[in-house]
Design a protein around this ligand. Structure first.
Ligand code: PLP
Length: 398
């Protein structure tokens, strides 16, 4: 039996130790200045994110969820409007659409990438009568096929809003960073993201000056100038303390993403040696009874916010229990597809079945892939999983 090594799903304390000396002084500066709302730290961080992503404008806001909301509000999305988005994503993607009285129209995913595709978006568009926007998600840190998706948005005359909450720094097949080619890019700085704050935070990116101005107003009650409101907005400003911390962290982001990529590569090698198949292939034909993630080729650049494997649905939850027992952190993103959520039950009939989404929800498990993870910890994770799968999955069966 392999020895017991504790492996958390994420170790933010380990990351903090590496930046403590840089971060503590800037926190102290903000506190000393008592300038907590907007101000130079927010402006500097917005400029740094625009520069990093390669967009003309970036507008900070209170969370990734609000970034989506602002992008939709700036496009006048409202009651009766339809917005296409995947069902296999975090709730906020569809929640932001619903909160404006609009209707999420759910599309299926490609089991190879777990992302929605031009084909699944086109299928969802064929179910629409009042399509107003398309909102793909760069899930787990891997860019969707924007080359294929942008022409669909164009042909329907609607904006493509990128939910890049999990994917800052990721590049698509053209080598361009996400959040740049769509009309608006939306980012989250939730602590578990590759660029995570010490609390909530978010950002929208765009090359459109009018949209950037409108989102700036909308994040501050629609106010411009002070105490004049032509429309109703939100209180969704990015906290100055978060901006100061994130500005330091942004300088480390590419290194951290490289660390995640090399950990993903090590997992790939170890799983391949054990006979794993690739996501998108037939799990029942896999020599091991496990699929590891398919990896896009350069210039595409996956930042591995999550490293997700698949095992047969019949053993997935037993494997989870086994991992808990062995103190190996993991999670399931996401166990209930959005089109199956109680709050969206009135959409169920129109959506019908999304087979790849439903299957992925039953078979996937995300493993620790954070940059500070050691090789010993990774070997332990793989050995534990491979031992379990070999003992519990009949080869050639799902
Ligand atoms: C795909 C996706 N969209 C939106 C969000 C919302 O971001 P936040 O938690 O910052 O509101 C998240 C956060 O987990 C996400 O993963």
């Amino acid at each position: 039996m392999s020895k017991e090594i504790n492996v958390p799903l994420l170790d933010l304390k380990a990351q903090y130790e590496t930046i403590r000396d840089e971060v503590e002084p800037v926190i102290r500066e903000v506190v000393e200045s008592q300038w907590f709302i907007m101000g130079p730290n927010v402006a500097d961080f917005e400029a740094a994110v625009a520069d990093y992503c390669g967009t003309k404008y970036a507008v900070g806001c209170a969370s990734g969820s609000d970034a989506l909301l602002l992008a939709l509000m700036a496009n006048d999305i409202g009651p009766g409007d339809e917005v296409i988005c995947p069902s296999y994503t975090f709730f906020a993607t569809a929640g932001s659409i619903w909160r404006l009285g609009a209707k999420p129209v759910f599309c299926d995913i490609d089991p190879k990438t777990y992302n929605c595709t031009p084909e699944t978006v086109a299928e969802a568009a064929s179910r629409c009568t009042n399509l107003k926007a398309i909102m793909p998600v760069h899930l787990f840190g891997q860019a969707v096929d924007l080359d294929g998706m942008l022409p669909i948005a164009e042909s329907h005359g609607v904006p493509l809003i990128e939910d890049g909450a999990q994917a800052i720094g990721s590049r698509d097949t053209t080598g361009v960073r996400v959040g740049t080619r769509g009309q608006v890019g939306c980012f989250s700085f939730f602590p578990s993201k590759n660029l995570g704050g010490f609390g909530d935070g978010g950002m929208v990116t765009t090359n459109d000056a009018d949209l950037a101005d409108r989102m700036k107003r909308l994040r501050n009650h629609g106010m411009e100038p002070k105490y004049y409101h032509d429309e109703v907005g939100l209180n969704s400003r990015l906290d100055a303390l978060q901006a100061a911390v994130l500005n330091i962290k942004l300088k480390h982001l590419d290194n951290w993403s490289e660390g995640r990529r090399s950990n993903a590569k090590r997992y790939n090698t170890l799983f391949d040696e054990a006979g794993a198949g690739l996501s998108g292939s037939d799990l029942s034909q896999s020599q091991l009874g496990l699929l590891r993630p398919w990896t896009p080729e350069s210039p595409a650049y996956h930042i591995y916010n999550q490293y997700v494997i698949r095992v047969p649905a019949a053993v997935r939850d037993d494997l989870r229990a086994h991992l808990v027992d062995r103190k190996i952190g993991h999670d399931v993103y996401y166990p209930v597809p959005l089109h199956c959520q109680v709050c969206f039950k009135e959409l169920a009939e129109a959506t019908g079945s999304l087979p790849e989404t439903e299957q992925a929800a039953k078979e996937t498990i995300a493993l620790p892939v954070y940059p500070e993870l050691s090789s010993e910890q990774q070997h332990h994770v793989v050995e534990t999983i491979v031992e379990f799968v070999q003992a519990n999955v009949a080869v050639g069966a799902s």
